[in-house]
Design a protein around this ligand. Structure first.
Ligand SMILES: [Zn+2]
Length: 328
């Protein structure tokens, strides 16, 4: 082999490496300072945007009261932000009517970190991600996948809708897949970036948020694609909580196989579907078919989860204690 050929092979290899390296986009990272004492509190809401209907406004009212009481730092939306078909564009009045006009309590004027749900994918996805909405209402922030670093806890937001096979074959609805094609490389890159970020995380608590269920006894049940593709990464990286919406209920499932807890907060508006599957009572800590929301309080040694109904009544509480320097 001539020197020239060797040189050209090396150059080609470098070029390929660069292309692969540059295409592996990292997840966007946001810093959100915890309280002065290092603790953090937040609310989690899902499946909500119905212009106040189906008790959306009543849930919002109670969120305002609990948010004040807990002095919350931010709010998480688990997706299906606007029914039935997302937003039609940045000028869709549903953004004001289902979000700005509804969550008016002073305590809710904090940063909202939102993921997209399957209903959001039926509209103009780019509109929800657009900085134009952030200018219209500064508490809004929605991206496909991203990380919020609070030092005490890292939150990994995952775009779960493109994982679900049936949305790519069903004929009843149109989905806006611009930005997620080619699908396989989109999903592979996302999983790779998530795994890498989880491994690099030094936070005491690791929390993953997505729209779709991993484990659920509700109408939609388990999401098989996430069970096979996402769950192994969460288990390998000692994730503490997986938080989702999609099933319009409040739910807490634990597992004997790992400390990972599965928490559904999808009661932002329309609920009471009525079809609940049987689940092993050892794993099913709590199931509520109706409307409501969840709070999360975090310190260096403890996480406290509370579920509330539409009247602000406490339905279920769960805590985990992790001693300093210990790992599970
Ligand atoms: Zn959904």
């Amino acid at each position: 082999m001539s020197k020239l050929m060797v040189l050209s092979l090396i150059l080609s290899a470098l070029l390929v490496f660069n292309i692969i390296y540059l295409s592996a986009a990292e997840l966007q990272l946001f810093q959100h300072a915890a309280k002065a004492d290092g603790s953090l509190s937040l609310l989690v809401l899902g499946d909500w945007g119905r212009k106040g209907a189906y008790n959306q406004s009543q849930v919002a009212l109670q969120m305002g009261i609990i948010g004040e009481k807990l002095d919350i730092d931010f709010i998480i939306s688990t997706g299906d932000n606007f029914y039935d078909d997302g937003l039609t564009g940045v000028d869709d009045p549903a953004f004001y009517e289902s979000f700005t006009k509804i969550y008016t309590a002073p305590s809710l004027q904090k940063q909202w970190y939102c993921v997209l749900g399957n209903h959001d994918y039926r509209g103009d996805v780019e509109a929800q991600l657009s900085p134009v909405l952030r200018e219209m209402d500064s508490k809004w922030l929605c991206l496909r996948s991203f990380i919020v670093d609070t030092e005490i806890a890292d939150f990994f937001f995952v775009d779960t809708t493109p994982f679900v096979d049936k949305y790519f074959t069903e004929k009843d609805h149109n989905y806006d897949w611009s930005g997620v094609t080619p699908r396989q490389s989109y999903l592979l890159n996302l999983l790779k970036d998530l795994d890498k970020s989880l491994k690099e995380s030094t936070a005491k608590w690791k929390i993953v948020v997505g729209h779709h269920t991993i484990k659920s006894a509700g109408h939609h049940g388990n999401t098989q694609e996430l069970n096979s593709q996402l769950l192994p990464i969460l288990l390998e990286n000692d994730v503490d909580l997986y938080i989702n919406g999609h099933d319009h209920c409040l739910e807490h499932i634990s597992s004997s196989e790992s400390p990972l807890q599965f928490l559904t907060s999808g009661g932002g508006s329309k609920a009471w579907r009525g079809d609940v599957d049987w689940w092993d009572p050892k794993e099913m800590k709590f199931y509520f078919d109706g409307q409501g929301f969840m709070s999360v309080e975090i310190t260096q040694t403890q996480v406290d989860i509370v579920f509330y109904d539409v009247s602000g009544f406490v339905l279920h509480k769960w805590s985990r204690n992790k001693q300093l320097h210990s790992t599970f």
